[in-house]
Design a protein around this ligand. Structure first.
Ligand code: HEC
Length: 119
């Protein structure tokens, strides 16, 4: 409860919306490493962007309870174990409401190879 109040106060002070808090957590906790910078998914890592908040919450709470349906999902357990209810709420708000802000400022594409393919 004290942590909750602390988080609440911090939220007020920093004026961070749940979306911004979730976005920060998504990057800090390394979710982007598997699910992608835009939560677009990759290979066996499912897309998370704009998926139903209820579904995402259900899955994260299950992983946090160490429940997985297959070996692939076990990979998620260590990441979910660290999440508080408030963090799951922020993350799922961010993912559900996800808006693609474009690649501006995210990737440095100023580097030009000028046709040399690294040979
Ligand atoms: C090491 C890679 C990895 C990282 C890091 C990771 N995940 Fe996952 N995630 C997975 C895999 C694998 C699955 C399960 C895919 C399957 O069901 O086959 C999954 C599933 C999920 C699901 C359920 C989606 C669905 O369609 O069933 C959610 C929600 C999720 N991850 C959120 C997160 C969040 C939030 C973080 C950061 C705290 C995170 N993941 C970090 C690999 C990762």
């Amino acid at each position: 409860m004290r942590l909750f109040i602390l988080l609440f106060v911090l939220t007020l002070v920093s004026h961070a919306t749940p979306y911004e808090t979730g976005k920060k957590l998504y990057m800090e906790r390394g979710c982007n490493g598997c699910h992608g910078n835009k939560a677009e998914g990759l290979h066996n890592y499912p897309r998370l962007a704009n998926r139903a908040k209820g579904f995402l919450t259900y899955k994260l709470e299950r992983f946090r309870s160490k429940i997985s349906d297959n070996q692939q999902q076990e990979m998620m357990i260590p990441f979910a174990l660290e999440l508080s209810d408030a963090e799951i709420d922020a993350l799922t708000t961010f993912l559900y409401e996800y808006v693609d802000e474009g690649s501006a400022g995210r990737y440095d594409d100023s580097y030009q190879t000028h046709g040399d393919g690294g040979s």
